[in-house]
Write a protein that binds this ligand. Structure first.
Ligand code: 8YV
Length: 340
C-alpha cells in the first residue's frame, strides 16, 4: 500500500528550530536555516513542488511567482505587514495569504516608546559622546532634549498598534493624543485611547512627537515628505515604526541636517537593509534595524501563528488569520488543490 505524500512546505528564512520541528510533524519541510538571502529566481526554484511557504516579510509573492509555482496553495507571512504580497494576484491565483496580526501589538507599541524616549532625550547621541571620551564635565545645556510626558503625541495610522501607543501615551505619560487615520474611530475606542481625531495638517502642526504606524501601500508612500516636514514644529520629533517608504528618507535627512525638525527615530527605511547615507551622518536621529517586534515571546508567537496558518490550511482548509478568506473553497483554490 502506498502512503499518501505529505504536503511540502518551504520556510524561506532561518527561524526558531522548534517551529521547523513542529512543521515537520505535518509536512515535508525545506528549510533555510543557513539563512541564505534568496534571489527571486532562487525563491521560485525552492518553491517548485511546494504546497505552502513560510515567509518573513521580505519575499515578494506576485503574479509571476504564483504562475511559476502551480502547486503553491498558501503563503503565511510571519509579519503583520504584508506589502511583500500582491494579495489580489494571490486571490486570483487561488493562493491563500495569511499574516500575523495581534500577537505583536503590545511589543511593537513598547518599542515605539523606546524609540520616542531615546529620540526625544537624545539617548544614543549622548552615549556615543560618552563612549568617545568627550565627557569631561557637566554643563547645564548638555544634550538638552524634549519632554515626552505632558506633550502632544500625534499618531498617523490608528490600527491596533496605533491604539496601543495612544493608550501608553495617554495613561502612562499624561500626553494629549491626537491621531489621523483613514477612518475616525468610534467614540468608545477614542475614549479608551484618550485620543482625538484631527486632520493630517493639524496633527503635523500641533504634535510635539509624530509617530507613524500606518501600513505601507501606494497611497501611504511618502506620507511624510518635504512638505509635511515643513509643517512640523522645529522642536518636534518624528518616529517611523511602520515601513520604509512611508517617509521620504532623503527629505527627512535634509530636514534633520537643517534642524527644521529636532530629531527622528527610525526602525524602518526605504530600501532596507540599506540606509540612506545622509541619515548615517546626521547626529539627531536614532536608527534601529527593524526590531520593533523583536522579543523572544513575540517573535515566537508570530512564527507560531504563521505555522498554524500553514498547518490549518494544508490539513483542514482553514486558517486563523487569512487576508483573502474568499480563496478558501474557491474554484481557483480547488484547481490548485487538485495538483499533486
Ligand atoms: C517583522 C514587522 O519582524 O510584523 C511586521 O509587519 O514589521 C515586523 O514585526 C518584520 O516584518 C520581519 O521582516
Amino acid at each position: 500500500m502506498t502512503q499518501a505524500r505529505r504536503p511540502k512546505v518551504v520556510v524561506c528564512r532561518a527561524i526558531f528550530p522548534a517551529i521547523i520541528e513542529g512543521l515537520r510533524q505535518h509536512f515535508e519541510v525545506v528549510d533555510n536555516q543557513a539563512d541564505v538571502m534568496w534571489t527571486r529566481e532562487q525563491l521560485v526554484a525552492h518553491l517548485q513542488g511546494c504546497h505552502g511557504a513560510f515567509t518573513t516579510g521580505g519575499e515578494r509573492i506576485d503574479a509571476g511567482v504564483l504562475a511559476a509555482c502551480p502547486q503553491l496553495r498558501v503563503v503565511a507571512n510571519m509579519a503583520v505587514g504584508y506589502n511583500n504580497f500582491d494579495v489580489p494576484a494571490m486571490t486570483a491565483a487561488g493562493v491563500l495569504a495569511t499574516n500575523a496580526p495581534g500577537v505583536l501589538t503590545e511589543t511593537t507599541a513598547d518599542f515605539g516608546f523606546a524609540l520616542l524616549m531615546a529620540t526625544a532625550r537624545r539617548v544614543t547621541e549622548s552615549e556615543h559622546y560618552l563612549r568617545a571620551g568627550h565627557w569631561t564635565r557637566w554643563r547645564y545645556d548638555m544634550f538638552i532634549g524634549a519632554d515626552v510626558h505632558g506633550s502632544t503625541l500625534g499618531i498617523i495610522g490608528m490600527g491596533r498598534i496605533g491604539q496601543a501607543i495612544a493608550r501608553r501615551g495617554h495613561h502612562g505619560f499624561g500626553m494629549r493624543v491626537v491621531y489621523h487615520n483613514r477612518s475616525k474611530l468610534d467614540a468608545a475606542t477614542e475614549a479608551a485611547c484618550g485620543a482625538s481625531y484631527v486632520s493630517k495638517a493639524e496633527l503635523l502642526q500641533s504634535a510635539d512627537h509624530v509617530m507613524l504606524v500606518v501600513p505601507y501601500s501606494a497611497e501611504s508612500h511618502h506620507t511624510i515628505g518635504a512638505a509635511e516636514l515643513a509643517q512640523m514644529k522645529p522642536s518636534a520629533t518624528l518616529i517611523n515604526l511602520a515601513r520604509g517608504g512611508i517617509v521620504d528618507d532623503a527629505a527627512l535627512a535634509a530636514a534633520l541636517r537643517a534642524q527644521t525638525i529636532a530629531a527622528a527615530g527610525l526602525d524602518v527605511f526605504e530600501g532596507e537593509p540599506k540606509v540612506h547615507p545622509d541619515l548615517l551622518t546626521v547626529p539627531n536621529v536614532v536608527l534601529t534595524p527593524h526590531i520593533a517586534s523583536a522579543t523572544t515571546p513575540t517573535r515566537m508567537a508570530m512564527a507560531s501563528l504563521a505555522a498554524d496558518n500553514l498547518v490549518g490550511y494544508l490539513t483542514a482548509r482553514q486558517a486563523k488569520t487569512p487576508l483573502n478568506p474568499e480563496v478558501i473553497g474557491s474554484a481557483a483554490a480547488q484547481e490548485r488543490m487538485a495538483r499533486a
